[in-house]
Design a protein around this ligand. Structure first.
Ligand SMILES: [Zn+2]
Length: 340
């Protein structure tokens, strides 16, 4: 990426191969990368996270370790690995208490670190984890960012339990479709909303119990009708904007709202009265801890959940792939195939 702006800023070209600079690092020959919305915001320059140009985008990747620093012992040459995207400073209060994803000097692959839309990436070896059994490189690249995000939101923060009702606003994106899969696997009742009947059908195919077209119907009225006027236990709202207040209204007493984004606007018209009178909890988070990533890897293996992949593009068509994601037509992840 040579500048901030449209997809024309993405150029497929040769650059210097990364070399180890610390004995704790590894070089991974990538076989796949996945596209996330954050890549697009980084390209547009709205995040302020990309500080050097030219820059390589991409927070998600999987491949084979080809070089390891002499102090790195968790992986060896030839290991097939997926990547945990955040890298902490190792010295701040948050890093020292196992929360490096909250580091005050946080660097994430594809933001302050060169990313995964590339044949090779340099990363701390401790960010490399064995690919879950039975996963292809494409599947292994497609899950880390969205699944670690939803894992922390739904299970660590909201403590979603079997038998509870989860409302997912805007099914189709990576986090939303991953949340549907994981919540169904633990036995939650899942209601999803979308403006597309086709996406609602796909969600039902994946196990959603109810689908609401929010362009045609008021989802608060609909969720109340579906829950005998009780409301839902948990709402996943990464949309914000005008939807936010409805999301709060859809919750039952003591309900929890989780958010990891505000695609429709970050300044909702909030109803504070509902928050205290209904004893609501609101959790914001991005990413998750290493411990949560290990829980997640184990869950993926045991549950045999695989990320939903909508389309795969070759690396050199990264610009086309990003445009496809910007159009919002996908259901699940869009992946870049690298090499081979
Ligand atoms: Zn730190």
């Amino acid at each position: 990426m040579h500048g901030f702006g449209g997809v024309e800023q993405l150029v497929y070209e040769d650059t210097d191969q990364p070399a180890l600079t610390e004995p704790t690092e590894a070089i991974v020959k990538l076989r796949a990368a996945a596209i996330n919305h954050i890549d697009i915001w980084n390209r547009l320059g709205t995040t302020g996270m990309v500080t050097q140009l030219p820059h390589i985008l991409g927070a998600d990747g999987a491949g084979v370790v080809v070089e390891v620093g002499e102090q790195a012992h968790n992986v060896k040459k030839g290991d097939a690995v997926c990547l945990y995207p955040p890298v902490g400073c190792g010295r701040c209060e948050f890093c020292l208490t196992g929360r490096d994803f909250m580091c005050v000097h946080l660097r994430v692959l594809g933001e302050r670190l060169e990313g995964t839309y590339a044949e090779y990436v340099k990363i701390p070896a401790e960010n490399c984890f064995a690919i879950p059994a039975g996963f292809s490189f494409e599947e292994a690249a497609a899950f880390p960012l969205v699944f670690i995000t939803l894992w922390r939101m739904l299970f660590t923060n909201a403590r979603l339990k079997p038998g509870e009702t989860l409302l997912i606003i805007g099914i189709g994106g990576g986090v939303a479709s991953a949340a549907l899969q994981a919540a169904k696997k633990i036995g939650a009742d899942v209601i999803v909303t979308s403006g597309s009947d086709e996406k609602l059908e796909q969600a039902k195919f994946l196990g959603a119990d109810h689908g609401i077209n929010h362009h045609k119907k008021n989802f608060v009225e609909e969720t109340n009708a579906l829950t005998s006027n009780r409301g839902v236990d948990v709402v996943l709202d990464c949309v914000g904007g005008e939807v936010w207040q409805k999301s709060l209204a859809a919750l039952t007493r003591g309900g929890r709202l989780v958010t990891c984004g505000a695609t429709a606007g970050g300044q909702p018209n909030d109803d504070l009265t509902a928050i205290f009178s209904k004893h609501l909890k609101i959790y914001g988070s991005t990413l998750g801890s290493r411990e949560e990533f290990l829980q997640l890897l184990s869950f993926m293996t045991v549950s045999q959940i695989k990320p939903i992949i909508d389309r795969v593009f070759p690396l050199k068509e990264a610009a086309t792939a990003q445009r496809y994601v910007e159009e919002g037509k996908q259901f699940g992840k869009v992946v870049l195939r690298i090499g081979a």
